[in-house]
Design a binder for this molecule. Structure first.
Ligand code: F6R
Length: 612
């Protein structure tokens, strides 16, 4: 979603902040803008609808955008359509305050009418402009930008990460947050603010993750952090431990393809150092739970959205199988409003790649408010979900830039398998069984690589379906959520309608859709349910459906009735999703690419959904 980058130092801010927002393009946006304090100590604002390239084209000659202090923004429209007026930065009506805002102001109507009564006017449909006028209003009373910000924060309800400039004090940036990420980057005689470290990582790895209700004032080559109650904050400086190469495409044409190909490594990284071979179990220290506490767990609830929700469904299968603990999987957006029942001895997990998804965060808070212990499974160190949960596990997949989640999914499933072994060894499974499972987990990265080696073959299959209008994805048992995930991948990047179904449910309705134009992508792997799914596929074939089947190596039966077969290596049934999802990801990628679409930044989507 929206992105913020700010710079204050000795260098020319414009190229730095433009390059910074380009690094955030992957998050999804529909307009962009910058504000620079120029040599005359006045703020100049430039903004455009569309891509950053449009903004660059609209900029005047470099001498007119030169300055050492600036803020920039990419906007993903919430209040008001994507156009130039609604793009950020926004400026107060008497021109003193300019700011960029991520998040949503809930009481903006109320604040707007109060500000209008005080003579302020508005030129956009956004909620963000309210903050600019409100800070301006308090500037008259406090004479300090930081104090004006502090007073404004007391009145605003909602979520925000904001960077603000003032014509009255053109030597500083003030940035502050509540519920929306904001990071201070510390360089040599220069500082950055941003909503995502990938925007500044080429300049510095020294960062401070601001906490809710904190304000950073940066001026005179130093910074000070206070909070809304005017207390001084001694913040911890963190060193970002990932490499710049993770935000480059390398030799790949798209981030999504690069990330799909990273999976042998990222899956390994998810289990590396967490397996205790001697005891045939795993160690997940971040859960902050003793063995005694874990043994008492009677029920698990897993809350997530989108692809993370699909990973949760697979986790349910694996945990119930290995640990015999009942697991409920909930959409975060439903859970937060449904008055959830959380029996005692229930452990709640929130899964989120970004760690910032608004619905997942609200569900986490709701479960905590009911006294539940909530653990996070996230990819993003220092994210809000990571910080607010009572413990958790990082998936260590490295930055995921493609909007369509791929490597985070397999890493989430890997972590859920580790959790299943941990709980399973306490409740249900023998050391021998535990060790067999762990050994197979170790073989998964090589097996993923063998599927990736079929990339060209899968591209050819994609060619055969790229002009379809619909697709049906079928799977059963632990592979049913993979069918959902395959359909989601196709929908989001190729804009084709696709549905995932449990294969046997097809005859209760969707079978009516099947004809010679309908590609049916099915997972039919060798396990206890194999014969059943073969019967389901015969039903598709009998109606001239075009079957693309993901099958176990050596299975010659499926060949006889499928238009195409993608063979994958055999593994234990509950780990099959880590393999069966790979052809789904590649197929979706190639269909979208062959259709000439923007694979990494599909329309209307954002990488981190920080609004409700
Ligand atoms: C799909 C996708 C989304 C996310 C969802 C949750 O490819 O990426 O469906 O899975 O928005 O995001 P996180 O995991 O960041 O909470």
């Amino acid at each position: 979603m929206c992105g913020i980058v700010g710079y204050i130092g000795k260098r020319n801010a414009t190229p730095i902040i433009i390059e910074g927002i380009k690094r955030l393009e992957y998050r999804g946006y529909d307009s962009a803008g910058i504000a620079i304090i120029n040599k005359d100590k006045k703020i100049s604002v430039f903004k455009e609808k569309g891509k950053i390239i449009e903004l660059e084209r609209a900029l005047p000659k470099p001498s007119e955008t030169a300055g050492n202090i600036g803020i920039a923004h990419t906007r993903w429209a919430t209040h008001g359509e994507p156009n130039q007026a609604n793009a950020h930065p926004h400026t107060s009506s008497n021109n003193r305050i300019t700011l960029v805002h991520n998040g949503i102001i809930e009481n903006y109507k109320n604040l707007k009418s109060k500000l209008e009564k005080s003579g302020y006017t508005f030129s956009s449909e956004t909620d963000s402009e309210i903050f600019a006028n409100l800070i301006d209003f308090f500037l008259d009373k406090t004479n300090s930008l930081t104090e004006a910000v502090r007073e404004s924060m007391k009145l605003v309800e909602g979520t925000y990460g904001i960077a603000v400039l003032s014509n009255d004090s053109p030597d500083q940036i003030v940035a502050f947050r509540k519920g929306s990420p904001l990071i201070l980057g510390i360089g040599d005689d220069e500082f950055f603010v941003c909503s995502d470290v990938s925007a500044i990582i080429i300049h510095t790895k020294k960062v401070i993750y601001l906490q809710d209700n904190e304000i950073v004032t940066i001026k005179n080559n130093t910074f000070e952090i206070t909070n809304v109650h005017n207390e001084n904050i001694k913040a911890k400086v963190s060193i970002v431990d990932w490499d710049v190469s993770s935000i480059d495409k390398g030799d790949f044409p798209h981030f999504m393809l690069k990330e799909i190909f990273e999976q042998p490594t990222t899956v390994k990284n998810a289990f590396r150092g967490r397996i205790v071979e001697k005891l045939s179990t795993v160690r997940l220290g971040g859960l902050n739970m003793t063995g005694e506490e874990l043994r008492k767990v009677q029920k698990i609830q897993i809350i997530a959205c989108g692809t993370s929700w699909h990973a949760a469904l697979i986790g349910k299968n694996i945990i119930e199988h290995l640990a015999r603990i009942p697991v409920e999987v909930e959409y975060a957006s439903e859970y937060r409003y449904k008055n959830p029942i959380i029996p005692i001895e229930t452990l709640v997990f929130v899964i989120s790649q970004s760690g910032e998804t608004a619905d997942s965060l609200a569900a986490l808070r709701e479960a905590q408010a009911r006294g539940a212990r909530v653990l996070g499974i996230t990819n993003t160190i220092g994210s809000t979900i990571a910080r607010e949960s009572d413990g958790g596990v990082y998936i260590h997949a490295g930055t995921e830039i493609g909007v369509a989640s791929t490597k985070a999914f397999t890493s989430q499933v890997t972590i859920l398998s580790l959790l299943a072994v941990l709980l399973g060894r306490m409740k249900n499974i023998s050391p021998v069984y535990g060790m067999e499972f762990i050994k197979e987990l170790h073989r998964i990265p090589d097996k993923i690589q063998r599927i990736l080696d079929k990339n060209d073959e899968i591209e050819k299959i994609a060619e055969t379906i790229k002009d379809s209008h619909n697709a049906l994805y079928l799977g059963r048992g632990v592979n049913f959520p993979v069918a959902l995930e395959g359909a989601l991948k196709l929908k989001e990047i190729s804009y084709l309608h696709a549905e995932g179904y449990p294969a046997a449910e097809m005859k209760h309705g969707p079978i009516a859709l099947i004809d010679e134009n309908m590609p049916v992508i099915s997972i039919a792997l060798k396990d206890v349910i194999y014969e059943k799914i073969i019967s389901n596929l015969q039903e598709v074939k009998a109606r001239n459906g075009r079957l693309i089947t993901i099958a176990t190596e050596g299975d010659n039966v499926v060949k006889s009735f499928s238009e195409n077969v993608i063979y994958i290596p055999e593994t234990v049934p509950i780990l099959q999703p880590l393999l069966s999802v790979i052809p789904m990801q590649l197929l979706a990628y190639h269909v979208a690419n062959l259709r000439g679409l923007d694979v990494d930044q599909p329309r209307n989507l954002a990488k981190s959904v920080t609004v409700e």
